[in-house]
Design a protein around this ligand. Structure first.
Ligand code: HEM
Length: 498
């Protein structure tokens, strides 16, 4: 009797769930019909049968937008779930100005995959916690703090250039993405933790480098594997167990450094009067208006967030910048001229030079437009939102396809033409700031953008001063959008001495 009641109860519950979902499906079908929907919709697969990975999704939306000039597109993930995509500044702006949280609440939400690793740091937290921590962390990006980092970028770049020197001497082609990525991680470890652990020299044999790379690739694997969405299945799977092992290593690494720094600061607070503070010093000493500081767990979340957000992104931007130098030799010469003129006989760029590198800066901006460094971000709707005249209901996530905004025909004529002069001030004074959002915009904009631009200027400036770079004939240079824009087959270059 009891068993029978339980079965009937479960069946009734299932029926209610199905009826509710069918009702929502009807509503969603009506809505997606009001937007620009991708072609070739399949009654079971939706649009998934057209996609193997994120790059297919971006490509299909961009292709659709080129012919329709759409502002909002929709894509069906099988027959039961639509994803709306803001692909024009006007629709992206509404979301970017809102306080809607990051997409981490539904099972397949992209940010959920990195949540166990990065925790409730600035990138993933929301509401009051985010507001407080953003306030506490903003001083870490004040120019007084950023100024001494320029010397760190120079030191790190020297090690990177020595590797290029070897390739130059032996006349071998070199794949630069992996080397740039080690250099930017080295920069972040030195600037955030004052850790100098021979990261570039050891490369993948450094356990921290290996663990961070593994966590990135395992998180992506989970995004594309719906059977790993439920937590308990993920943690039981080999992928989840590998994730846990690497996450433990990364957390222990940061915990160890935080604990020993706390001891030093508590014993001798005067040591913070030194010339160079790293991010950890700021995090440990930060206090809110009630005199409350950050817990060790909060600090670890911020450190892990900086290390992840702050090295993969700049690695992508700098690698594609080197690709563009090699692809457009006339641009390389313009930058060489500017850098040598700014240096005026000195060997290294300084803080004061950063604002003088005007052409280099517009070149870097065009690189980040052409090869969108962060191709996509996403928000979760907690309440209905009208985008392009369509009211999207709550409890859905909406992607902001930065890559598509960077190539939208309404904003960027001849979008595939590489033309840094688009960004020169006199032409852009009245441009809507939401037309170009490599660092996002609005309240959740990138806190590290000045850090990133300075690092890019120093690495690119030092590179062109010492070498000429060229593309390798026959190599295929293809974009592969993931969390950041990667090259599908690496970026191979030839290096020649100046
Ligand atoms: C070229 C380099 C970089 C690019 C293109 C970039 C891009 C972005 C974008 C698009 C976002 C918004 C993410 C979202 O809404 O989900 C973001 C947020 C963030 N970025 Fe960056 N970033 C770069 C470098 C850095 C660096 C160097 C750091 C740290 C030193 C950093 C730290 C952060 C943090 C902490 C957030 C979250 C901010 C918040 O929500 O309050 N980024 N970045």
């Amino acid at each position: 009797m009891i068993v029978q009641s339980v079965i009937y109860g479960a069946l009734a519950f299932l029926l209610v769930v199905i009826i509710r979902h069918v009702h929502r499906l009807k509503q969603w079908r009506r809505l997606t019909a009001q937007t620009t929907m991708l072609d070739s919709w399949h009654p079971i697969w939706g649009h998934l049968h057209l996609m193997n990975d994120l790059s297919d999704y971006s490509r299909l939306v961009i292709e659709k937008v080129q012919t329709t000039r759409a502002r909002l597109t929709s894509t069906w993930m099988m027959f039961f779930y639509p994803v709306f995509t803001a692909c024009h500044p006007d629709t992206a702006k509404i979301l970017l100005k809102s306080s809607e949280p990051k997409s981490k609440y539904s099972m397949g939400a992209p940010y959920r995959m990195i949540l166990p690793w990065l925790g409730d740091g600035l990138l993933l937290s929301d509401g009051k916690k985010w507001e407080r921590n953003r306030r506490l962390l903003t001083p870490a990006f004040h120019f007084d703090i950023l100024k001494p980092y320029v010397q760190i970028y120079n030191d790190v770049t020297e090690i990177f250039l020595d590797k290029l020197q070897k390739a130059c001497d032996s006349r071998e082609n070199i794949e630069i993405y992996s080397h740039v990525s080690l250099a930017t991680l080295d920069n972040m470890l030195r600037c955030s933790l004052s850790y100098e652990g021979h990261v570039q020299e050891m490369g993948d044999s450094h356990p921290y480098v290996r663990a961070v790379r593994k966590l990135g690739s395992l998180s992506l694997r989970r995004i594309l594997s719906p059977w790993l969405f439920p937590d308990f299945l993920f943690w039981l799977s080999p992928t989840g167990r590998e994730y846990k092992r690497n996450m433990k290593y990364v957390h222990d690494f940061a915990d160890g450094i935080i604990a020993s720094r706390r001891k030093i600061v508590e014993k001798n607070p005067g040591q913070l009067q030194k010339n160079k503070l790293d991010f950890l010093d700021i995090l440990i000493t930060a206090k809110d208006e009630n005199g409350e500081g950050l817990s060790d767990l909060d600090i670890r979340a911020e450190v892990d967030t900086f290390l992840f957000e702050g090295h993969d992104t700049t690695a992508s931007a700098i690698s594609w910048a080197i690709f563009c130098l090699a692809k457009y030799p006339e641009e390389q010469e313009k930058i060489y001229k500017e850098v040598t003129s700014v240096l005026d006989g000195r060997s290294q760029l300084s803080w004061d030079d950063m604002s003088r590198l005007k052409y280099t800066t517009v070149f870097l901006k065009e690189v980040m437009r052409m090869h969108s460094t962060v191709p996509l971000i996403s928000r979760w709707l907690t309440k209905p939102l009208v985008l392009d005249g369509v009211e999207i209901p709550s409890n859905l996530y909406v992607d902001i396809l930065i890559q598509c905004i960077n190539h939208h025909p309404d904003v960027w004529p001849d979008h595939m033409e590489f033309r840094p002069s688009r960004f020169e001030d006199y032409k852009n004074h009245d441009r809507d700031p939401y037309t170009y959002v490599p660092f996002s915009a609005g309240p959740r904009n990138c806190i590290g953008q000045n850090f990133a631009l300075n690092e890019e200027r120093v690495m690119i400036g030092a590179l062109v001063k010492r070498f000429k770079v060229e593309l390798v004939e026959g190599h295929v240079y293809e974009e592969y959008p993931e969390v950041v824009m990667r090259p599908k087959y690496g970026i191979k270059i030839k290096v020649k001495q100046r």
